[in-house]
Design a protein around this ligand. Structure first.
Ligand code: PMP
Length: 385
């Protein structure tokens, strides 16, 4: 089939191949928590296994989990959903992207994607038959998507818009005003919105995540995507979830039925219990505080060594500008792997607007981050960059 000709291997993977075998390498490349899943959540999964919950479950996800997710949406996001018809469990948030787009995109429909962007967005749009359109965001605006930029790229063919706040790779968090303006823009142009909120709880300096689906009249045009990967450090459990209109969920469930069938049953049982257990939220708070401490360190060090860096308000990424060194982001990353033994992801891996920057993930121990900053600084000095 020609389908896979539409998408290329991720740039990040290629870089990891280069990093293979580098002795003493510190990787700041990986986009996942370095924390282990909290112990009590693992215990819940073991109990579920012992109880024999080793079979298929409903395509939409087990009801107990959908109910716990609906409670969370109401409490934390101000989104009121019926767990039986407006919520589903997916095999990670990643799977929900393609399934979500497949429910409404027709051949050639354009989807606006703020760039730099998470690597799965354009492939998901392409595989669903749409056309990804990058809308650049700028460091002058802390990489927040602005309505002025959206206006430049909207056409009669535009069908949808992705928002991702807190953002991978920039760490940008949309303000309430940003979200309200984007909502008005979507109504004006009759656009669907895919809101990827997987980093929602990782926000710093007292800022808050605003779910666009909670705004008056917006629920019907928003597919809200989230998951357990980041929140409770559960990337390998492959659990995502979605809130959307009933007819959209029905179509997504149909997709899932013929694709993955359902998310892993005993993982879902554990996740349902995790959402209702105070220990999980306490663990999240601890992780968040540690990320914030690391962010402060890395931001300070990068600016001190002369790499101009916006202070990100969310997620666990920071996106320093390396353009002033005269190197392309790929060259900079290759140099740092070879000379500093530090793996960083070139900004160009996240779209055109990412050139001139690199992504650093600070989901790595504090001491390792200190060491990595020392090494990068040393190479910059030696090479007079
Ligand atoms: N969206 C964003 C913005 C991400 O960064 C990631 C993971 N790196 C995902 C979605 C996918 O998450 P999941 O593990 O739930 O598939």
């Amino acid at each position: 089939s020609d389908m896979l000709e539409l998408v290329n291997p991720s740039e990040i993977r290629k870089l990891f191949d280069l990093a293979q075998g580098v002795e003493g390498l510190i990787s700041l490349g990986i986009g996942e928590p370095d924390f282990d899943t909290p112990k009590h959540i693992k215990e819940y999964a073991k109990e579920a296994l012992d109880k024999g919950l080793t079979h298929y479950g409903p395509n939409a996800g087990i009801l107990e989990l959908r109910e716990a997710i609906a409670e969370k949406f109401k409490r934390d996001n101000g989104i009121d959903v019926d767990p039986k018809t407006q919520v589903m469990v997916t095999v990670g948030a990643n799977q929900a992207l393609l399934m979500g787009f497949a429910t409404f995109l027709k051949d050639g429909d354009e989807v606006l994607i703020p760039s730099p962007m998470f690597v799965s967005y354009a492939p998901a749009v392409l595989l669903a038959g749409g056309k990804p359109i990058e809308v650049p965001t700028y460091e002058e605006n802390e990489f927040r998507l602005s309505i002025e930029d959206l206006k430049k790229y909207v056409t009669p063919k535009t069908k949808a818009l992705i928002i991702n706040s807190p953002n991978n790779p920039t760490g940008a968090v949309l303000t309430k005003k940003d979200v309200e303006e984007i909502a008005d823009f979507a109504v004006e142009h009759d656009l669907m919105i895919l809101s990827d909120e997987v980093y929602e709880y990782f926000v710093y300096d007292g800022v808050k995540n605003y779910s666009i689906a909670s705004l008056n009249g917006m629920f019907d045009r928003v597919i809200t995507i989230n998951g357990f990967s980041k929140t409770f450090a559960m990337t390998g459990w492959r659990l995502g979830f979605v809130a959307a209109r009933e007819d959209i969920i029905e179509k997504m469930v149909r997709f899932q039925m013929y694709n993955s069938t359902c998310a892993v049953t005993f993982a879902q049982v554990a996740a349902a219990k995790a959402l209702r257990d105070e220990r999980s939220w306490k663990a999240l708070e601890d992780m968040k505080n540690e990320y914030e401490r690391r962010r402060n360190l890395v931001w300070k060090r990068l600016n001190e060594m002369g790499l101009h860096t916006v202070k990100p308000k969310g997620a666990f990424y920071i996106f320093p500008r390396i353009r002033d060194t005269g190197l392309k982001s790929k060259e900079f990353s290759e140099l740092m792997i070879k000379e500093a033994r530090v793996a960083l992801v070139p900004g160009s891996a996240f779209g055109k607007a990412g050139e001139g920057f690199i992504r650093i993930s600070y989901a790595t121990a504090y001491e390792k981050l200190e060491e990595a900053m020392d090494r990068i600084e040393k190479v910059l000095k030696e090479k007079r960059l």
